[in-house]
Design a protein around this ligand. Structure first.
Ligand code: UD1
Length: 419
């Protein structure tokens, strides 16, 4: 998708049909970092073919791993990896490169890496990552890069002041090869954390959730080879459910971990869509105009995901009534608003909240994706507008969606990549 820089959408028709969903981006990124730990070949099946994965595989290659890819099956052999420093542009480009901090400290007891990049959706500090790793014995020497060493990486209590997904993953990655027992209190509850734990468990780690929702790791176990299949991406599934609801369509998504979408399903039902989990997948029917959502705020799991806030906003543009959506996780997630306004949407922002007044129709427009999920939101808006819309800056979308065009065409949309 690298060279593709635009999407053309002829909107106005409801989505209908049945598709499968790619493997989870946010689960596979920490799992790829976890392949650096231990011995033996890790085979990841249903690995999504997205830009963030390509960049992460390049980081692993630079660290000395042997990698082979066949379609969506990726094999990683870290046995020859002796590096502890990450060089190259990839790490500076993606946010999740920060996960190599914990993985390198685990494997090499040393790590040097550039400050991470990622979508411009807010400040995205890394203080929680550093605090967690310090509690395990790492020392930091920060300048233009992040440099850390841990002569004595030792398991112990780790307390996170806020349930950061990445900081929880970093603490897990570092402690799994540290001596002794680690209990991470205040850990994030996102299903991607549990998928990382399941992967490490399959490799021989002793790791489990505590009753309080923390994570207990008895470190130092030998990690071996594994073959692991990624589950479907809940955010991609959520995007298409919102697109189907917004266009008053009917779709079935195959093989979905339905419970992971509980918060979205409750919102969709409140909007008037009929949603059911059946035959291992999820079905949505929306044959009448949607209702507004009087109040919603994003929250850590199991709350409403910040990653679906912009797609929801796009779906609410034509809903009857006034919706108020508050963003509590990333402060710059409203960069989609001026783009939606180009289509006639009536949205005003009020600090960290946005008020969307539903209108009968959106007008097609020339748009620019502000970030990954904001780009997906613009696709949802364009699918609702009668006529031809063009979205530029779609490189962002390819960071998280394998091929949004292929998927939506599978659901009957008229959409194509522009060269
Ligand atoms: C992950 C997801 C991202 C999702 C986010 C929240 C991946 C690759 N990305 O991002 O798609 O939107 O979770 O569900 O899994 N924070 C700090 N200090 C830190 C770390 C985080 O203040 O050291 C703050 C952040 O600014 C943010 C909140 O904590 O306000 C949550 O961030 P975090 O859970 O760490 O998100 P990511 O792991 O970056």
């Amino acid at each position: 998708m690298d060279l593709v820089d635009g999407l053309e959408i002829m909107g106005g028709a409801p989505l209908h049909g049945e598709i499968g969903i790619q493997g989870s981006k946010n689960a596979v990124l920490p799992i790829l970092a976890a392949c650096l730990l231990g011995e033996g070949v890790c085979v990841i099946e249903n690995c999504p073919q997205i830009k963030d994965v390509a960049d992460t595989l390049e980081i692993l290659r630079r660290l000395g791993c042997r990698i082979s890819c066949e379609e969506r099956t990726v094999s990683i052999d870290a046995s020859g990896s002796n590096e502890f420093e990450i060089s190259g542009d990839e790490a500076a480009r993606i946010r999740s490169s920060i996960l190599f901090l914990g993985a390198l400290l685990g494997r090499r007891r040393k790590a040097v890496l550039p400050l991470p990049g990622g979508c411009a959706i807010g400040a995205r500090p890394i203080d929680q990552h550093i605090a967690a790793l310090r509690q395990l014995g790492a020392r930091f020497y920060m300048e233009e890069k992040i440099a850390a060493d841990a002569g004595e990486l030792k398991g112990g209590p780790v307390r996170l002041a806020l349930p950061s997904v990445g900081a929880t993953e970093n603490a897990i990655l570092a402690s799994v090869l540290a001596d002794g027992e680690t209990v991470i209190a205040g850990a994030a509850q996102e299903p991607e954390i549990d998928e990382l734990c399941a992967f490490l468990l399959r490799r021989g780690a002793d790791i489990s959730r505590t009753e309080e929702g923390g994570i207990r790791i008895r470190g130092g176990r030998k990690l071996g080879a594994v073959r692991y299949r990624m589950k479907a991406d809940r955010i991609v599934a959520g995007t298409y459910l919102l697109a189907a609801a917004a266009t008053r369509g009917e779709i079935f998504l195959q093989d979905i971990p339905c419970r992971q979408l509980d918060a979205l399903v409750a919102v969709l039902r409140g909007m008037g869509a009929v949603v059911s989990c059946e035959n291992g997948g999820i079905r949505l029917t929306a044959d009448r105009p949607l209702r507004a959502v009087s109040y919603l705020e994003t929250a850590p799991y199991p709350g409403f995901p910040t990653d679906l806030q912009s797609p929801l906003m796009a779906a609410l543009c034509r809903a009857r009534g006034e919706s108020r959506i508050c963003e509590t996780i990333f402060e710059s997630r409203f960069r989609t608003v001026p783009e939606l306004r180009k289509m006639g949407a009536r949205i005003r922002t009020d600090g960290s909240c946005a008020v969307v007044k539903g209108i009968p129709g959106l007008a097609p427009a020339k748009l620019c994706a502000p970030d990954l999920r904001g780009g997906a939101a613009l696709v949802i808006a364009a699918l609702q507008a009668n006529g031809r819309s063009v979205i530029r800056n779609t490189g962002y979308i390819a960071r998280g969606y394998e091929d949004i065009c292929r998927d939506l065409r599978g659901l009957g949309a008229e959409i194509r990549w522009l060269g």
